[in-house]
Ligand binder design. Sequence first.
Ligand SMILES: NC(=O)c1ccc[n+]([C@@H]2O[C@H](COP(=O)([O-])OP(=O)(O)OC[C@H]3O[C@@H](n4cnc5c(N)ncnc54)[C@H](OP(=O)(O)O)[C@@H]3O)[C@@H](O)[C@H]2O)c1
Length: 266
Amino acid sequence: MKNTFDGKTIWITGASSGIGEALALELANNKTHLILSARRLNELERVAASCRKSECKCSIYPIDLSDPQNVEAVADRVISEVGRIDMLFNNGGISQRSYVIDTPVEVDRKIMEIDYFSGVILTKKVLPGMLKSGFGHIIAISSITGLFGFPLRSGYAAAKHALHGFYETLWAELHEKGINVTVVSPGRVRTNVSLEAITASGKPHGIMDHGQDSGLSAEACAHKILIAVHRRKVMANIVGREWLMIFFKKFMPFIFYRLVSKVQPT
Ligand SMILES: NC(=O)c1ccc[n+]([C@@H]2O[C@H](COP(=O)([O-])OP(=O)(O)OC[C@H]3O[C@@H](n4cnc5c(N)ncnc54)[C@H](OP(=O)(O)O)[C@@H]3O)[C@@H](O)[C@H]2O)c1
C-alpha cells in the first residue's frame, strides 16, 4: 500500500479519537504529510505526537464541523498554508440516540451539518486543487446506517444516506479526470461513538452501547478502510454479522422490514 500513500498530503477530520485516530496512526507509517482536524486540540496534539514517532509530517488544524463558516475558514487556511490536498478523509461525525417523535428539528439539522454538509464543504474546497493536479481521492466515512434505516438514528441515517448520493454522483462526474471516491460503510466499531451520540435534548448519550463495545477495533477498521482506498473501491462495507441486514434489505426486503421493526434499539 506504500505507493498509494507515500508522498501524499492527507487531511483527516475526526482525527482526535476512534477511527480517525487509527487512520492517522497507520498512515503515519508512510512518508505522508498528515493534516489532523477535530475540535479538541489537546487530543489532536496527543495523536500528532504519536504519529511524529513514525515517518510522517503532521499539522494540526482544529475545526468545528457543526459550524459551516468555521469549516470554510479552516479549509481556506489549510489550502493557503499547506497547498494541494491529495486525499481527504471526511471521517468526523456524531451518531444519534433519539426517536423521531422526540427529536427537535434543530438536532436533525446539527447532525446533518456535522455528518453531511461539513464534508460537502471540504470536498468543494479541495477539488479545484485536485483537478489541477489530475489526482485526488475523497473518502467519506458513512455507516451501515447509510444503507438502511434503524431505530433511534433517524437524523444519522438520513445524513449517512445523503453521503451515498452525493459521493456516488461525484465519482460519476469526475473519476475520468483522476478524482477517486470511496464511500465506506462500517458496521459496529469499538469507539466513543455511542458515548458521544446526540440525544433529543442535544446532550450526549453517555453510554457505551453493547453493539459498539463488542464491535471491530478502530485499528482493524482503519486498516480495512486503507485497503479499500488502496484498491480504489467506490463503495466498501466493513462488516461482521451486520452483512445479513444489508443482504436482507437488498435481496429479501420483507425479512429486513420484519427484523428492523422488532430490533431492541440501543
Ligand atoms: N464506531 C462505529 O460503530 C461507527 C460505525 C459506522 C460509522 N462510524 C463513523 O465513523 C466516523 C468516526 O467515528 P468514531 O466511531 O471514530 O467515533 P469517535 O471516536 O466518537 O470519533 C468521532 C470524531 O469526530 C469528531 N467530531 C465530532 N463532532 C465534531 C465536530 N462538531 N467538529 C469537529 N469534529 C467533530 C470527534 O472529535 P472532537 O470531539 O475532538 O471534535 C472525533 O474525532 C463517524 O463519521 C461515524 O459516524 C462509526
